[in-house]
Design a protein around this ligand. Structure first.
Ligand code: C5P
Ligand code: MG
Length: 132
């Protein structure tokens, strides 16, 4: 999305994909994103984070889980993201191999408080339900 601001990271700094990847791994007790895709590994430099997400979805499925639903929140002062909600949900659902109505993406500001509120950073939170 067009903005004068962006995030710096070893991969593409897609914090939403990272949070959901971590939640998937966590729900199956498979460790965390840094364990599977260490940022010291040149293979992941500039990586498309949807690859991490697809990989994590594969790992949980290999263990016999199905992904029931995903809820997530991006905390970001600007730009406004709500106009991108549908394409973001679509892209995540496609990557996860589940229906879009199982993928929730929410947005909020930090009400101008702290590093996120001052526009110096951003956060993402996610929770995933698995069934087996
Ligand atoms: O955090 P706040 O109450 O200001 O958010 C108001 C609305 O703005 C939310 O419902 C959210 O969908 C939207 N929003 C957004 N992009 C952001 C932050 C909030 O679209 N970066
Ligand atoms: Mg509010």
């Amino acid at each position: 999305m067009p903005s004068e601001l962006g995030l710096e990271g070893h991969s593409d700094a897609d914090i939403l994909a990272h949070a959901i990847t971590d939640a998937l791994l966590g729900a199956a007790a498979l460790g965390d994103i840094g364990m599977h895709f260490p940022d010291t590994d040149p293979r992941w430099k500039g990586a498309d984070s949807l690859r991490f997400l697809a990989n994590a979805a594969g790992l949980v499925r290999e263990r016999g889980f199905t992904i029931v639903n995903v809820d997530s929140t991006v905390v970001l002062e600007r730009p406004k993201l709500k106009d991108y909600r549908q394409p973001i949900r679509e892209s995540l659902a496609k990557t996860l191999g589940i229906e879009m109505d199982r993928v929730s993406v929410k947005f909020k500001t930090a009400e101008r408080v702290g590093p996120v509120g001052e526009g110096r950073s951003a956060e993402a939170q996610a929770i995933v339900t698995l069934a087996r």
